[in-house]
Each structure stands twice: as C-alpha cells, then as structure tokens.
Write a protein that binds this ligand. Structure first.
Ligand SMILES: Nc1ncnc2c1ncn2[C@@H]1O[C@H](COP(=O)(O)OP(=O)(O)OP(=O)(O)O)[C@@H](O)[C@H]1O
Length: 465
C-alpha cells in the first residue's frame, strides 16, 4: 500500500495547479468569455466543494430507502465494529478520526458489504460520507491472493479520481497487500504487460483504453464497479457513452454501485441502465429557504446607477461581509476595480481563475481578509459562506433566454437551517426587463421584494435594523 500512498501524495501538488479547462489555455478562455454569462463547471465545482469541505456534514433530513429486490436484507449499523471488517481496515477508519458511521453510512454500509453483493444507487450531498462508504466497500472486497484488477472506480476528471485515491490510500494504510493504480492521463503502461493491481481508480477514457483497447486486464474478473459523481459524469462530454461501454464489458455478477449528489431524470435513466435491482438510498439536501431574508429592489438607470446604489448603502449602514453577483466576468472586473479604487477590500471570484486560485480567494474571504466578494454564477450551490450578511444581485439571475432563473436566485440568497438565519438581499434593477425578472421571482417564491430608495438615508438605515 505504501507505494500508492506515495503516488497519491505526489499527485497532490500538481492536481491543484492544473487548469481544468485543459483544452483551452486560460488566457484565451478568459478573453473570449468575458462578455458571456459566466457559468459553473460541474467538475470544478465538485472539486472545490470537496477540498473546501472541512469534515462531515450532519443533516437532520431523513433517509429515503427503496428496494427493488424485496429479498435483500436491509439493516443499519450504529458502529463500525458491527460491520465485522478486517481489523486492518477498522484500524484505518479509526486512524482517519471516524468514530461512528455517518447517516448515509449507517444504512449504506451493510448493503455495500453484504453477501451476496447487492447493487446500490445512492444520493446525498457533498460531505455526507459517500466516498468513505464506497471506498470501504472497495477495500473490503479485494482478495489479495489474486493479482488482477477486482475493483474499478470511475470518476469524471483526473482531479476527482485523485481525491478518491487519496481517501483509499488513507483508509487502507494498514493493508500493505492491497495495491491500487490510477488510470488517469499521464499514467503509461507497457502494451505487453498485464495490470496486477487490485483496485483501479480513474477516468472512463483511460479505463477503456486499458481494459478494452489494450486488454491489460480482464474486465470480466472485476467484482465491484463504482461510478462516482454520476451527475458530473453526465455533464462531462462523452463520459456517458464511455461508461456504458465499460459497463457492457463487465460480468453480470459484478456489484454495481452508483453515487451522485443529485439525480435528475437524465442521471436516473443512466443509473437504471447500469444498475439492476438496486437498493436506492437517498438523503435529501436540506432545502434552502427565503424565510427570514429581507428582500429589496432598487431602481437604477444603468451600471453607474447600480454602483451609486451600492456606495449609498455602504455609506449608511455598517456591513459585515457581502457577496455581489454579476452576470459576466467583465462586469465583475469593472465593479471590482471601481470598489477597490474607492477603498473597499474586494475579492473577485470568476470562471477565469484556476481551482487553486478560487480556493485561495474563498479562504481569504472566509477568514475576513476581504469584506466584499464579487462573483458570477461560478460561485454556486454547495459553497456556503456563513458569515455573509448582505447579498447583492448586481444582475438578477437569468437563464440563456433571459428568463428569471428562480433556482439560482434561491441558491444565491437562501440559507439552510444549518447556517445563520437572517440576511438581506438587494436586487439592482435597470429597466423593464430586469423589473419583470424581479416580479417573476417574487411571484415564484410568494415573498415580497420591497422597494428601497438608496438616495434616502433613512430608508437605507431601516434595512440595517
Ligand atoms: N463516519 C465519519 N465520521 C467522521 N468523519 C467522516 C465520516 N465519514 C466521512 N467523514 C469525513 O467527512 C468528510 C466528507 O466525507 P466524504 O468525502 O466521504 O463525503 P462525500 O459525500 O463523498 O462528499 P464529496 O462528494 O464532497 O467527497 C470527509 O472529510 C471525510 O473524511
């Protein structure tokens, strides 16, 4: 095992340096996308959330469990001992600081480890313990007496595969006989050799190359197939078909495990193709709500008018930390330059930054080094910043056709029960179109968005109370 602990550690530095828009150099990407709506890349967002996550997310939501095969036993455990794991694995879990199984692990682990193996489709938000659960299943199923791949784990990108490998390396640190190999770009292998490692973690393209094109291992001998981040996988060009091709090569006895943070129809159809008679476990995300958020709109003539509105608000009330959302990178950069010139400490987070740069920006903002974070839709769902008191929509969220994007509005403004309850949202309006968007949002949530006159100091002071 030591070998691949080293490999995982060696990968840790380069993984953050990589520009995930690898097909386009960062400079070209930035220049050509300045005026377009800035959108979040699902793989980048997922990686950011994973790296930013500071431990287990506890939720009060209940589990929803469905079983397609009524004969499969289903029970839950309250301790890791109750799973009767190999002592070395149990030691690895405790060494990671895990004392008791998380909510999803309580129910998922007995099914994941059951004999005969059962298929599973699991859904829960980032940070709830999915990776730890399926990595434990992967490690437990290995028969070290056999020197061929027995477990395949597919991730949508290089970086996400490395993250999973790191968890496996840590959890398996006391199992020196279990061997892992990364099947990702940059890993080369002699065409005439055979892969002897027990676990392969990688991306679909490389896995297909090794298993199908080069026949470096026998896909029929694989006992566990894990598909991680199914929603991100679907969103990544070409991965859907590659996964299906891999799946077709596997034996019908292979245990199929499918993990995702969300399941829309496309992801569920994909899951159904791959996983037969699954036990489906879902832990719903705590819903964001607009309760206790005071919402306002301000009429402005143009972008300069919007800027004046922000200045007036800052002039009248003391604001802890604020996030300002813009539609394009260009507007975000323009606004940041103006606010900085006026003496505000401002950070900008937009899609032209690498994941490493975004992490640095978020870390600084979270620690209070900057008071204002100007961003676009790249700062999206799943990245919660607790201490923010005011959210300003410099541009209201709209979809590609210019219609109100209520879901994005909720993710920008809403809070979950876990975080501070009260907050202020200010929507800057510059014309009929944006007023119509504002009204649609108001109607959708049935929560008033009140008029605010930022030329009137008394009016502004009221929102601070
Ligand atoms: N039983 C546990 N007890 C304590 N900490 C845990 C437990 N299970 C997982 N964790 C920790 O909680 C964090 C989230 O776990 P994990 O990465 O498995 O969640 P996830 O749902 O896969 O999230 P993501 O998709 O972001 O990776 C990690 O830091 C992990 O080490």
């Amino acid at each position: 095992m030591t070998d691949w602990v080293k490999i995982a550690e060696d990968q840790e530095v380069p993984k953050l340096k990589i520009n995930l828009n690898a097909d386009e150099p960062a400079a070209t990407t930035a220049a050509s996308k300045d005026n377009e709506p800035d959108v979040a890349d699902p793989a980048e967002t997922s990686l950011l959330i994973k790296i930013l996550g500071k431990g287990l997310v506890n939720t009060n939501q209940s589990l929803d469990i469905q079983q397609k095969n009524p004969n499969s036993p289903l029970h839950s455990v309250k301790t890791f001992e109750a799973l009767h794991l190999k002592p070395e694995l149990l030691k690895g879990i405790y060494a990671m600081g895990f004392n008791t199984p998380s909510k999803i692990q309580e129910t998922a682990l007995p099914t994941l480890l059951a004999d005969p193996p059962q298929n599973m489709i699991a859904q829960s938000q980032s940070g709830t313990g999915k990776t730890a659960a399926f990595v434990l299943a992967m490690l437990s199923r290995v028969n070290v007496a056999l020197d061929h791949p027995q477990v395949l784990c597919l991730s949508p990108t290089y970086e996400l595969a490395i993250q999973t490998g790191e968890v496996a390396a840590r959890m398996g640190q006391f199992c020196p006989d279990i061997k892992l190999r990364f099947a990702v770009r940059g890993e080369e292998i002699d065409r005439n050799s055979k892969i002897t490692e027990h676990i392969l973690i990688g991306t679909p393209g490389k896995m297909l190359d090794w298993g199908l094109k080069m026949r470096l291992f026998d896909m029929k001998k694989v006992r566990v197939f894990v598909l991680d981040e199914a929603d991100v996988m679907i969103a990544t060009q070409g991965h859907h078909d590659q996964c299906i091709r891999i799946h077709k090569m596997l034996s019908s006895q292979c245990q199929m495990l499918f993990f995702s943070a969300t399941y829309d129809k496309e992801v569920m159809d994909f899951a159904r193709l791959i996983v037969s008679e699954p036990t489906i476990i879902r832990l719903m995300r705590e819903e964001e709500s607009l309760d206790n958020i005071k919402q306002y709109y301000v009429n402005c003539k143009n972008e300069d008018g919007k800027y004046n509105a922000i200045q007036n608000i800052y002039g009248c009330i003391s604001i802890g930390q604020a996030i300002i959302f813009c539609h394009t990178r260009k507007t975000a950069a323009w606004l940041a330059a103006k606010m900085t010139a006026d003496g505000h400490s401002v950070a900008v987070l937009s899609g032209d930054l690498t994941v490493e740069q975004r992490l640095a920006v978020l870390d600084r903002f979270r620690s209070g080094q900057e008071k204002v974070l100007i961003t676009t839709n790249v700062l999206s769902r799943g990245i919660d910043i607790e201490q923010v008191t005011i959210v300003v929509n410099f541009d209201l969220p709209v979809d590609l056709r210019g219609n109100a994007d209520c879901e994005t509005y909720l993710h920008r403004i809403g809070r979950t029960g876990r975080f501070g309850k009260s907050g202020i949202a200010i929507n800057l309006i510059d014309g009929e179109k944006s007023m119509a968007v504002c009204r649609t949002i108001e109607k959708h949530f049935q929560k008033d968005i009140t008029y605010l006159n930022t030329d009137n100091a008394d009016d502004i002071e009221k929102i601070g109370n």
